[in-house]
Write a new protein. Structure first.
Length: 153
């Protein structure tokens, strides 16, 4: 199960032609970059098989413009991404929030999974051993957030 990323790997900037509805290019401010390094749980929202939204808590990392989530290959979120690559990762802490609407892919390549695990361990903790682990990679197409976490360029 390997699906390839698109050519655009930018997560720190988002805007046209990727759908910034206000026509501005946005990127994370220094405060926004710090916020995605802090230890917070996020929400991954994908399209459920019945047409609604499937939202679950996840840990995620942002590295070289790609968001990564580790999970089991038989999880509902993996099945959802394989059926429809539309996904959003949102992180909230009080009045601070960020949302990364993205195109998601699932990767089972051992090197890709090992990188995702190492990044997760840096931000959160060493995850349990899971022989069925895969990595969901998300390439943002927009960037939304609260005041002070974004800047327009």
């Amino acid at each position: 199960m390997r699906r390839r990323l698109g050519a655009d790997r930018s997560a720190l900037t988002a805007g046209p032609p990727h759908g910034d509805y206000r026509g501005r290019v946005r990127e994370l401010s220094e405060a926004g970059e710090a916020f995605v390094r802090e230890r917070h749980i996020a929400t991954l929202s994908t399209m459920a098989p019945w047409g609604g939204i499937h939202a679950v808590p996840v840990g995620f990392t942002l590295h070289e413009g790609v968001l990564r989530i580790i999970t089991s290959r038989d999880s509902q979120k993996v099945r959802n991404v394989l059926r429809d690559a539309t996904a959003t990762v949102s992180q909230v802490d009080g009045a601070r929030w960020l949302a990364f609407p993205a195109t998601a892919t699932v990767h089972d390549d051992p090197d890709e999974v090992a990188l995702a695990v190492a990044l997760y361990a840096q931000r959160y903790r060493q995850p349990r051993i899971n022989p069925s682990r895969v990595a969901i990679q998300l390439v943002p197409v927009r960037l939304m957030g609260s005041s002070g976490l974004l800047r327009s360029v």
